[in-house]
Design a protein around this ligand. Sequence first.
Ligand code: ADP
Ligand code: MG
Length: 419
Amino acid sequence: MELKLKLNFILVTSNRRGGGIMAQISLNDIFSKYTSKKPIFKDKDTLSIRFTPENIPHRSEQINQLAHILAPVLRNEKPSNVFIYGKTGTGKTLIAKKVAANLEIVAEPNNLKIIYINCKMRKVTDTEYRLLAQLIEFFGEKVPYTGLPTSELYNRFFRLLDASRQNVVLVLDEIDSLVDKIGSLFLYNLTRINQDLEKTKITLVGISNNISFLENLDSRVKSSLSEEELIFPPYNATEIKDILTERSRIAFHPETITDAAIAKCAALAAQEHGDARKAIDLLRVAGETAERIGSNQVREEHVDIAQNKVDTDRYIETIHSQPKQSKIVLKAVLELYKKNAKGIQTGDVYDLYAKICQKNNIKSLTQRRVSDLITELDNFGIISTVNISKGRYGRTRKINVNLSGTVVSKIEEMFSKEL
Ligand SMILES: Nc1ncnc2c1ncn2[C@@H]1O[C@H](COP(=O)(O)OP(=O)(O)O)[C@@H](O)[C@H]1O
Ligand SMILES: [Mg+2]
């Protein structure tokens, strides 16, 4: 009813200025595509990252291993800590959550508490204080937003943990970003805590996309966190195709998606280190594209269009989630790239980076740290760097920007708002 009123309003107001019929026809066109055509999606939510599928092909080994590692909680014994790693979209979060959920079903209600924290979440894990406050809130106690000494928070957490006899499993997903933000002292404290607890045992499950994360940790934290290690290898094209076929059965109406389109999504995602998330994103966006164009079937050409959009969105999202310093480094790179696309060197980036910091009253990092941030941007695929020797002047790195014009202008827009 409300929609009709609005449409009439558009018609009336724009009629006075002329061109009103056009407005009516094009709107009707758009909406009738949605009402007259058979819909493509049966349940689009099943293609969102929040959805947990019932069937999980090609991961039974990892599921079994993790289940065996954590099963001792069912006998009130403490399991080993586990470190899980593998590239993005290899199913780490899915499997950790699935195994945890099943454990919770089987365990005696009061004997097991599983706490899942995604360390990439802003506000929750930006400081040691926020993280401890969050943990305390899991046990039902409120903590003021700021103001207490951290040691007091540790004491409260400790008291709550040990209040009754139980096993606590703390899943720290994207744990590397936690250490980036607050250092590794928190992990050190956590790995030592069992020595002082009388009734409770706490087990850590750390998850990371970054394989070298462990190497940079204090050796005691490292050995404690990785008592057990689980590796999630990338999926190949066939495995991704199985995952997509399974998922499209619940996401799409029968025969609204072609095998060729599924195979193409799988092939593209397999090229990108076997990333199931990318594959599912492609499938969803290809479906939306087909729907928008008015096609009654998702075909290969819709996947091509989806590929462009998904890539753009991912770069933007990755860059958006970077810390400010990293954004400034990228801003410097992009400004140099505009002037001279071929000759960007790390030294020039640093100089410009320092200038931008000064102009914005931001404390600049050392050349060494900026060099690390450049490596990180390289790891994300945003830029690529090659080492070159400058003879007796040492070495430098030459930088290439891997972003399309569209992505660059979107990023510039983002930076002009944020920086
Ligand atoms: N074996 C699988 N079967 C079904 N869906 C999967 C499988 N592996 C990953 N997915 C899906 O792919 C996406 C990415 O998985 P996720 O667990 O978030 O990856 P990671 O945590 O390793 O980055 C999610 O939507 C997940 O449901
Ligand atoms: Mg994950």
